[in-house]
Write a protein that binds this ligand. Structure first.
Ligand SMILES: [Zn+2]
Length: 315
């Protein structure tokens, strides 16, 4: 009873606590647009402050230049001696692909693919608006802060049934066809079997302007944007050891729209083998079903992975 009474008093105290003005919730609106050498972004804060910290510390910001006088950018934070409400950063493309780190900015021909979550700040809501100049398009249509986004020439965008495909100006047509046809066929295949209720229009971005060293790589983000990046110049006729895995690459990435993004796994972040293994198996099963690869290739591919697991487990 005593406890109850104390509880009741505590509740009452909370209710009648003298009226300090409620501290306004901090928030940011961010705009981004093409600029010479990359993408220029402007942050506007709801409340003035002396420091903001970027939400994702793993993004590489060494190519970011803070252009607002009197402010500094270091260790993933923007600081000043005096309160500020706005700041501008020129974001130049990342200088390398780094394993398991999302690229902050990559070239797509004359345009760019920007990683929206890299712009988000700690302890506040943020919205990102992409601004297009004449002849440019921005994608996706909504929630750009939550994933990869394209800003660049409209001429690079093909709108097809099942989503948009953005192809950088330097991509050879054979690679462009392989990737865009696979992206659409994979959606048809998985959609018919797993349900087609994706909450967005998927977007596939293909660029051969990767800084490397990874030969090719894809990342899928929560807004249904798949960024695929290819390094080097031999993409019109890649060597056999690259051409083989390349056949199912876009099938693997598209599977992630359902596995890892459309559906999130409980241990997804700590055990990526669950959604990676699932996507790889789904891609092989789908690609052999529609004749993109043959039985021998599936057996070879599964055998390779099984051997990899056995040696990793010390068998
Ligand atoms: Zn994957």
């Amino acid at each position: 009873m005593k406890l109850l009474l104390i509880g009741a008093l505590a509740a009452l105290t909370l209710v009648i606590a003298p009226g300090q003005p409620a501290k306004a919730q901090q928030a940011a609106t961010v705009t981004a647009r093409s600029a010479p050498g990359g993408v220029a972004a402007t942050w506007r804060l709801k409340e003035p402050t002396r420091e903001v910290v970027f939400l994702d510390p793993s993004i590489i910001r060494s190519q970011w230049t803070l252009v607002t006088p009197g402010l500094t950018l270091s260790d993933g934070a923007v600081r000043s001696d005096r309160p500020f409400e706005t700041f501008d950063i020129l974001i130049a493309p990342d200088e390398a692909e780094v394993d398991r780190v999302y690229m902050g900015l990559a070239r797509v021909g004359a345009g760019h693919v920007l990683y929206g979550p890299g712009l988000a700040l700690k302890n506040m809501d943020a919205a990102l608006t992409l601004q297009s100049a004449g002849g440019e398009t921005t994608l996706p249509a909504a929630n750009a802060i939550n994933g990869y986004a394209y800003i660049g020439p409209d001429s690079a965008v093909q709108r097809r049934d099942g989503g948009a495909v953005v192809v950088g100006a330097n991509v050879p047509s054979a690679l462009s066809t392989l990737m865009s046809d696979g992206f659409l066929a994979a959606q048809t295949f998985y959609g018919a079997r797993l349900g087609r209720d994706l909450p967005y229009q998927p977007v596939l971005i293909v660029t051969t302007d990767s800084p490397g060293p990874t030969t090719f790589r894809g990342d899928v983000t929560n807004t249904g944007v798949i960024a695929t990046r290819f390094f080097g110049t031999s993409w019109d006729a890649p060597p056999e050891d690259v051409a083989g895995p390349l056949k199912t690459f876009v099938w693997h990435e598209t599977f992630h729209l359902w596995n890892g993004h459309g559906v999130r796994l409980k241990d997804g972040d700590s055990a990526p083998w669950l959604h990676e293994g699932g996507a790889e198996y789904g891609a092989l099963a789908a690609a052999v079903s529609v004749g993109v690869i043959d039985d021998a290739q599936v057996k070879f591919s599964l055998g390779q992975r099984l051997n990899g697991c056995r040696s990793a487990l010390g068998d």
